[in-house]
Ligand binder design. Structure first.
Ligand SMILES: O=C(O)C1=C[C@@H](OP(=O)(O)O)[C@@H](O)[C@H](O)C1
Ligand SMILES: C=C(OP(=O)(O)O)C(=O)O
Length: 447
């Protein structure tokens, strides 16, 4: 098969000749949008998502739910809330009209972890078979925690025995549910997946994580918070329960009118631009309280040399002109690693990024990809057992390959700000979570 020209195309990453000074409206959160869609599909009444993220991952989620009988109307609304009164922030809204979940259906998960993990439990509630397939990389990403757990909870699943896609969930219209043990050390999404559909299982669900470590805890908190907001009763380790055990009581879910927060992980390259150029970037609508892991950037990028101020209007992040290395455990916030690695490669001292061995099973093997691509620009990065060691060196231009990974593309763009002649292969891969990235990036630079 001939390579897709979009995948081999090279995008000259803009070089910043001066400090950036920009306001960037970052689109909605992928993780919040896809949880909101799942919960709205499981609710007993219609719900609204306002300012949802429209990207490959969220459109795949919406299409999959539609294939199972959920109606999702896309409208342009003039009454969206939020945005501190900014009329730009009214706009798109999705109305979700849940119905009995139907099979037969076919779901394309693309390479969306949230789709491949969150939907098999929901498919077990459908009244017929639901076939799941996706991009070649989706066959390599771990799914055993969801498949094995669903079987214990009463589901019938046909797969090829590898604990991965492709597979068919033979929905029986209902699922027993109950207690289940899983090893979620390769992805927190196993836990989130079982909890999200848990209220609709006959006995609810009790998920006990028995693995060595558990990545991305804020994303599990996001799941719990959003479940509670639609009326689910959830007991967690933080609410006085046993460590590593989450319990969801069976019950109906409410329809909700939810305005989606900006995606703080997608705000990362723009904040990084302020840090790298010694400039200033305002991200409107940065939430005062959030479970999004990107909120940790306020602390991490401050330690790396910037400063920030959270106002009623948003987050103002200012670079000082210096970038410092950092020694940090990113286990809770793994999806921030590529952007932090890019900044660390431009710093004035070495960095050690730890706690992220599970990134080897993300969109690509991110530890290998970051090491190879930064080193090919003249960098000095070594992989450790659970992360990266980055010794800054003077970098030069060249091709930055992206391996169909949106966060590799944005990491390369960050480096391109400081290093002339960086070309990003397949910048279109940012469409997974931020289709407008190239325009937002050049807009930030005033081009
Ligand atoms: O639940 C979620 O929305 C996510 C959880 C995390 O997954 P892992 O725990 O697999 O890293 C994160 O990396 C991913 O981008 C989104
Ligand atoms: C790991 C990521 O995505 P996914 O939801 O596909 O796991 C990510 O967006 O960094």
């Amino acid at each position: 098969m001939a390579p897709n020209p979009a995948h081999t195309a090279l995008w000259p990453a803009p070089h910043a000749s001066e400090a950036v000074d920009a306001t960037v409206h970052v689109p909605g959160s992928k993780s919040v949008t896809n949880r909101a869609l799942v919960l709205a599909a499981l609710a007993s009444e219609p719900g609204w998502l306002r300012r949802p993220l429209r990207s490959r991952d969220t459109l795949l989620m919406a299409e999959a739910l539609r294939a199972m009988g959920v109606e999702i109307e896309e409208t342009v609304s003039s009454s969206s809330t939020g945005g501190a009164g900014n009329p730009d922030l009214t706009g798109e809204a999705w109305r979700v009209l849940p119905d009995g979940l139907r099979g037969p259906a076919t779901v394309d998960v693309g390479n969306a972890g949230t789709v491949m993990r969150f939907l098999p439990p929901l498919a077990a509630l459908a009244d017929g078979p639901v076939r799941f397939d996706g991009d070649p990389r989706s066959y390599e990403r771990p799914l055993h925690g969801v498949i094995d757990a669903l079987r214990v909870l009463g589901a019938r699943i046909d797969d090829d025995g590898r604990g991965a896609l492709p597979l068919t969930v033979h929905g029986g219209g209902a699922l027993d549910g109950g207690p289940v043990e899983i090893d979620a050390s390769s992805s927190s999404q196993f836990v989130s997946a079982l909890l999200l559909s848990g209220p609709r299982f006959n006995q609810g669900v009790e998920v006990r994580h028995i693995g060595s470590s558990l990545p991305s805890l804020p994303h599990i908190r996001m799941t719990v918070d959003m479940l509670r907001a639609v009326g689910a009763q959830v007991d967690t380790p933080e609410s006085g329960g046993e460590p590593n055990v989450w319990r969801v009581t069976p019950g109906a879910l409410l329809g909700r009118d939810l305005t989606i927060e900006p995606d703080l992980s997608n705000a990362q390259p723009f904040l990084a631009a302020a840090l790298v150029t010694g400039g200033r970037v305002l991200i409107p609508d940065w939430p005062a309280r959030t479970t999004q892991p990107g909120d940790r950037l306020r602390e991490i990028f401050t330690e790396m040399g910037g400063s920030c101020e959270l106002t009623d209007y948003g987050l103002v992040f200012t670079g000082s002109g210096s970038i410092h290395g950092i020694d940090v455990d990113l286990g809770d916030v793994g999806e921030l690693t590529p952007g932090i690695a890019a900044v660390a490669a431009l710093a004035d001292s070495p960095s050690t990024l730890r706690g992220v061995s599970h990134l080897r099973l993300h969109e690509t093997d991110r530890l290998a990809a970051l090491t190879k691509e930064i080193n090919e620009l003249g960098g000095d990065v070594t992989e450790t057992a659970d992360g990266l060691h980055i010794r800054p060196r003077r970098l030069h231009g060249g091709i930055f390959h992206t391996y169909d990974d949106h966060r590799m593309a944005t990491a390369g763009a960050i480096i391109g700000l400081a290093v002339e002649g960086v070309q990003i292969e397949n910048v279109a891969t940012t469409a997974k979570t931020m289709p407008d990235f190239p325009e937002l990036w050049t807009g930030m630079l005033g081009a």
